[in-house]
Design a protein around this ligand. Structure first.
Ligand code: FES
Length: 114
C-alpha cells in the first residue's frame, strides 16, 4: 500500500523495485513500479492493454517491461511492441510520472481510477 504525503505518494523503496516489477496500490489504482535502463523508476497501471493481465507478473528485458502472457513489451514511455517486433501504437500502457526521493519511488499525486 502506498503512503500519501502532502507532496506526493510514496510507492515503495527503490531497492524493492530493482528486484523485479513491483505491484503497488495507490488511490485504489493498481500500479507496477519498475526500473528503466537509466536506473530511474517507471510507473504504469498494472494492467496490460492487450488483454488486461497484470504487468507486475512480467519482467524487464532490454529496457522494456514484458508482459508474460503474450510477450508484448512496453518501453519506458509505455509504447507497445508485439512479440513479432511490430509496434502496437493503439495499445500503450498507462504511464505515471515518477521520481526518487529519500530512497523511495514517488509519484506526484494519487492516480485517478480509470
Ligand atoms: S495480456 Fe499482456 S501481452 Fe497479452
Amino acid at each position: 500500500m502506498a503512503d500519501v504525503a502532502g507532496d506526493g505518494v510514496r510507492l515503495c523503496g527503490v531497492a524493492d523495485a530493482r528486484e523485479r516489477p513491483l505491484r503497488v496500490v495507490a488511490g485504489g489504482q493498481a500500479l507496477v513500479v519498475w526500473m528503466g535502463s537509466d536506473g530511474g523508476p517507471r510507473v504504469f497501471a498494472d494492467r496490460c492493454p492487450h488483454r488486461d493481465a497484470r504487468l507486475s507478473a512480467g519482467y524487464v528485458a532490454d529496457g522494456r517491461l514484458v508482459c508474460p502472457f503474450h510477450l508484448w513489451a512496453f518501453d519506458e514511455s509505455g509504447r507497445a511492441v508485439g512479440p513479432d517486433g511490430v509496434a502496437r501504437p493503439a495499445c500503450a500502457a498507462r504511464r505515471f510520472d515518477a521520481h526518487v526521493r529519500d530512497g523511495a519511488v514517488w509519484i506526484d499525486a494519487a492516480p485517478r481510477i480509470g
